[in-house]
Write a protein of this length. Structure first.
Length: 174
Protein backbone atom coordinates (compact mmCIF):
# COMPACT_ATOMS: atom_id res chain seq x y z
CA UNK A 1 0.00 0.00 0.00
CA UNK A 2 2.81 2.44 0.85
CA UNK A 3 4.46 1.71 -2.51
CA UNK A 4 1.31 2.85 -4.34
CA UNK A 5 1.84 6.32 -2.88
CA UNK A 6 5.62 6.52 -2.54
CA UNK A 7 6.70 5.20 -5.94
CA UNK A 8 4.56 7.63 -7.99
CA UNK A 9 5.83 10.46 -5.76
CA UNK A 10 9.40 9.32 -6.42
CA UNK A 11 8.61 9.30 -10.15
CA UNK A 12 7.16 12.81 -10.09
CA UNK A 13 10.02 14.18 -7.97
CA UNK A 14 12.59 12.51 -10.24
CA UNK A 15 10.96 13.91 -13.35
CA UNK A 16 10.82 17.40 -11.82
CA UNK A 17 14.52 17.30 -10.91
CA UNK A 18 15.59 16.04 -14.34
CA UNK A 19 13.39 18.58 -16.17
CA UNK A 20 14.70 21.45 -14.02
CA UNK A 21 18.30 20.55 -14.80
CA UNK A 22 17.49 20.02 -18.49
CA UNK A 23 15.86 23.45 -18.75
CA UNK A 24 18.84 25.09 -17.06
CA UNK A 25 21.31 23.36 -19.35
CA UNK A 26 19.44 23.52 -22.64
CA UNK A 27 16.85 26.26 -22.61
CA UNK A 28 17.85 28.88 -20.08
CA UNK A 29 19.60 32.20 -20.42
CA UNK A 30 21.60 32.79 -17.26
CA UNK A 31 20.72 35.61 -14.91
CA UNK A 32 22.66 38.84 -14.79
CA UNK A 33 24.40 38.05 -11.50
CA UNK A 34 27.61 37.30 -13.32
CA UNK A 35 30.12 34.53 -12.83
CA UNK A 36 31.90 36.28 -9.97
CA UNK A 37 28.81 35.82 -7.79
CA UNK A 38 28.94 32.04 -8.11
CA UNK A 39 32.49 31.44 -9.30
CA UNK A 40 33.36 29.15 -6.39
CA UNK A 41 30.42 26.80 -6.94
CA UNK A 42 32.04 24.50 -9.55
CA UNK A 43 34.86 23.74 -7.10
CA UNK A 44 32.32 23.22 -4.32
CA UNK A 45 30.38 20.88 -6.61
CA UNK A 46 33.53 18.83 -7.24
CA UNK A 47 34.17 18.64 -3.49
CA UNK A 48 30.59 17.53 -2.89
CA UNK A 49 30.89 14.88 -5.63
CA UNK A 50 34.16 13.62 -4.13
CA UNK A 51 32.57 13.53 -0.67
CA UNK A 52 29.62 11.58 -2.04
CA UNK A 53 32.00 9.08 -3.67
CA UNK A 54 33.90 8.67 -0.37
CA UNK A 55 30.64 8.14 1.54
CA UNK A 56 29.43 5.60 -1.03
CA UNK A 57 32.71 3.67 -0.87
CA UNK A 58 32.68 3.81 2.92
CA UNK A 59 29.08 2.59 2.98
CA UNK A 60 29.94 -0.32 0.70
CA UNK A 61 32.88 -1.33 2.91
CA UNK A 62 30.73 -0.98 6.03
CA UNK A 63 27.95 -3.23 4.72
CA UNK A 64 30.47 -5.83 3.56
CA UNK A 65 31.75 -5.89 7.17
CA UNK A 66 28.17 -6.04 8.50
CA UNK A 67 28.47 -2.65 10.20
CA UNK A 68 24.87 -1.63 9.55
CA UNK A 69 24.84 1.63 11.54
CA UNK A 70 27.99 2.87 9.79
CA UNK A 71 26.57 1.81 6.42
CA UNK A 72 23.36 3.74 7.12
CA UNK A 73 25.32 6.83 8.19
CA UNK A 74 27.54 6.71 5.09
CA UNK A 75 24.66 6.24 2.70
CA UNK A 76 22.54 8.97 4.29
CA UNK A 77 25.64 11.17 4.16
CA UNK A 78 26.07 10.42 0.45
CA UNK A 79 22.42 11.26 -0.16
CA UNK A 80 22.57 14.55 1.79
CA UNK A 81 25.79 15.60 0.07
CA UNK A 82 24.24 14.75 -3.31
CA UNK A 83 21.20 16.90 -2.51
CA UNK A 84 23.53 19.78 -1.56
CA UNK A 85 25.38 19.21 -4.84
CA UNK A 86 22.11 19.39 -6.77
CA UNK A 87 21.12 22.67 -5.10
CA UNK A 88 24.56 24.18 -5.75
CA UNK A 89 24.56 22.90 -9.35
CA UNK A 90 21.13 24.39 -10.04
CA UNK A 91 22.09 27.75 -8.51
CA UNK A 92 25.32 27.88 -10.53
CA UNK A 93 23.68 27.05 -13.85
CA UNK A 94 20.73 29.37 -13.19
CA UNK A 95 23.06 32.31 -12.58
CA UNK A 96 26.13 31.57 -14.68
CA UNK A 97 25.09 29.16 -17.41
CA UNK A 98 27.45 26.50 -18.73
CA UNK A 99 31.19 26.66 -19.21
CA UNK A 100 32.27 25.59 -22.73
CA UNK A 101 35.00 22.98 -23.00
CA UNK A 102 38.01 24.45 -24.79
CA UNK A 103 40.31 21.43 -24.85
CA UNK A 104 41.60 20.25 -28.22
CA UNK A 105 43.02 17.04 -29.62
CA UNK A 106 42.53 13.58 -28.12
CA UNK A 107 41.15 14.95 -24.82
CA UNK A 108 38.09 16.45 -26.52
CA UNK A 109 36.33 13.16 -27.39
CA UNK A 110 37.39 11.72 -24.02
CA UNK A 111 35.83 14.70 -22.23
CA UNK A 112 32.56 14.50 -24.16
CA UNK A 113 32.29 10.73 -23.72
CA UNK A 114 32.72 11.18 -19.96
CA UNK A 115 30.35 14.14 -19.86
CA UNK A 116 27.59 12.39 -21.82
CA UNK A 117 27.80 9.20 -19.75
CA UNK A 118 27.90 11.27 -16.55
CA UNK A 119 24.84 13.39 -17.46
CA UNK A 120 22.73 10.51 -18.77
CA UNK A 121 23.48 8.27 -15.79
CA UNK A 122 23.02 11.12 -13.29
CA UNK A 123 19.55 11.78 -14.68
CA UNK A 124 18.68 8.09 -14.77
CA UNK A 125 19.89 7.55 -11.19
CA UNK A 126 17.51 9.99 -9.50
CA UNK A 127 14.57 7.54 -9.18
CA UNK A 128 16.90 4.63 -8.38
CA UNK A 129 18.61 6.48 -5.53
CA UNK A 130 15.29 7.67 -4.13
CA UNK A 131 13.74 4.19 -4.38
CA UNK A 132 16.78 2.51 -2.84
CA UNK A 133 16.69 4.97 0.05
CA UNK A 134 12.91 4.56 0.43
CA UNK A 135 13.25 0.78 0.65
CA UNK A 136 16.03 1.00 3.23
CA UNK A 137 14.16 3.50 5.40
CA UNK A 138 11.04 1.33 5.13
CA UNK A 139 13.01 -1.73 6.29
CA UNK A 140 12.29 -3.55 3.00
CA UNK A 141 15.84 -4.87 3.01
CA UNK A 142 15.45 -7.71 0.50
CA UNK A 143 14.24 -5.31 -2.20
CA UNK A 144 16.69 -2.64 -1.01
CA UNK A 145 19.66 -4.96 -1.50
CA UNK A 146 18.52 -6.07 -4.97
CA UNK A 147 18.24 -2.47 -6.15
CA UNK A 148 21.33 -1.21 -4.27
CA UNK A 149 23.54 -3.71 -6.14
CA UNK A 150 22.76 -1.72 -9.27
CA UNK A 151 22.36 1.74 -7.75
CA UNK A 152 25.64 1.88 -5.81
CA UNK A 153 28.15 1.31 -8.64
CA UNK A 154 26.34 3.65 -11.02
CA UNK A 155 25.96 6.36 -8.35
CA UNK A 156 29.65 5.96 -7.53
CA UNK A 157 30.52 6.29 -11.24
CA UNK A 158 28.43 9.47 -11.48
CA UNK A 159 30.13 10.96 -8.41
CA UNK A 160 33.65 10.15 -9.61
CA UNK A 161 33.06 11.30 -13.18
CA UNK A 162 31.61 14.53 -11.82
CA UNK A 163 35.00 15.28 -10.28
CA UNK A 164 36.82 14.28 -13.48
CA UNK A 165 34.55 16.49 -15.61
CA UNK A 166 35.24 19.40 -13.25
CA UNK A 167 39.01 18.85 -13.48
CA UNK A 168 38.93 18.67 -17.27
CA UNK A 169 36.65 21.68 -17.64
CA UNK A 170 38.02 24.07 -15.01
CA UNK A 171 41.54 22.94 -14.15
CA UNK A 172 43.08 21.56 -17.34
CA UNK A 173 41.80 24.23 -19.69
CA UNK A 174 43.84 27.18 -21.00
Amino acid sequence: MRDRIALPLIGVLSLAVVLLVAVLLLGHTPGRGGRADVGALPALNAILNATSAACLAGGWVAIRRRRIALHRACMLGAFCVSVLFLVSYVVYHALAGSQPFTGQGWIRPVYFALLISHVVLAAAMVPFVLTTLYRALGADFARHVRLARFTLPVWLYVSVTGVVVYLLLYRLGP
